[in-house]
Design a binder for this molecule. Structure first.
Ligand code: ZN
Length: 301
């Protein structure tokens, strides 16, 4: 359920103000209760009051089927019904991947698996032998990182197509082992539990990460047409749902989705604010800044 323009009013100040009403259904994967209360009108509406936006939601939360409820939507494999998690061990050997990022871009890699000799040589006292081995291992790690990131985007998009009604906020568990800090799971091959300082992969054009680490912490996504996923975020060390952060993630993604629902200016590059606000890339603030409120009210600046 999505609604758009509700009322437009002229104020005596000659400022044209618009009031919008947004409606979302709520769904959850089996066992994922983090939006049940956190996406309720009582908890979300206060964020929007100053922006003159009305937030409405279905009175109940619909639970998805077991087969739709996967741990990682970024590993969704439609070719394996009943076992929707891709098996990366089958994918890492016969690779034909041209590296896209970093100093080895445009070189082709045929396997993601370093040889035992490469690991030995990577610690050699002979600098030439050591450098060659480290370069080879780094290229394989880079190919692995890029392939699993590409697969993540494709799998997530397919999960959305296969399972997602429009105008719905869905509680998922995680996006991907590499994109949820607390997922802490094996993605095969590069869970080597070795902390080589020299081993870094490019996960964006300039951002590098150790392949054993996580690449980014994705907590919510808006796919257009009011379709939103919200991942589980918890507070260490007790592991309980972080309610405040979850609500902020919901508001941030709901606002992204408004771009399709009513006419408004973009907040900035990628529809994110450049100044601290709820709509900056990380959503650092717990309320909208002045400019964000004006944009949501339908004023340009
Ligand atoms: Zn965003």
């Amino acid at each position: 359920m999505t609604k758009t323009l509700l009322i437009s009013v002229w104020f005596a100040t000659n400022i044209f103000l618009q009031c919008y009403s947004l409606g979302f259904d709520r769904m959850r994967m089996v066992g994922q209760h983090h939006i049940d209360e956190n996406a309720s009108e009582a908890n979300i509406q206060p964020y929007f009051n100053a922006a003159f936006v009305k937030y409405e939601t279905s009175p109940t939360v619909t639970e998805m089927a077991v087969e739709q409820s996967v741990k990682y939507i970024g590993l969704w494999d439609t070719t394996a019904p009943g076992n929707q998690r891709q098996n990366w061990s089958e994918k890492k050997a016969n690779v034909n991947h041209m590296i896209q990022r970093g100093p080895h871009a445009r070189q082709t890699v045929t396997t993601e698996i370093p040889t035992p000799q490469e690991w030995i040589d990577s610690e050699s006292v002979n600098n030439l032998v050591k450098d060659i081995a480290r370069t080879n291992i780094t290229k394989k790690a880079q190919a692995w990182a890029e392939r699993i990131m590409n697969e993540n985007l494709a799998s997530e998009a397919q999960w959305v197509i296969d399972n997602f009604p429009m105008g719905t906020i869905v509680a998922i568990e995680y996006y991907h082992p590499k994109f949820n800090q607390e997922a802490n799971d094996v993605t095969d091959e590069w869970n080597i539990n070795l902390s080589y300082e020299w081993l870094k992969v490019y996960v964006r054009n300039t951002r590098t990460r150790h392949p054993d680490g996580f690449f980014g912490n994705l907590q919510g996504t808006s796919y257009g047409n009011g379709r939103i996923t919200i991942a589980k975020v918890t507070n260490p060390p007790n592991g309980e749902i972080d309610d405040l952060l979850t609500r902020k993630n919901i508001v941030h993604e709901v606002v992204h989705s408004t771009k399709d629902l009513f006419k408004r200016a973009e907040f900035g590059l990628g529809d994110h604010s450049t100044e601290p606000g709820l709509m900056d890339p990380q959503g650092t603030q717990h309320q909208f800044n002045t400019k964000e409120i004006k944009i949501l009210r339908g004023m340009q600046q």
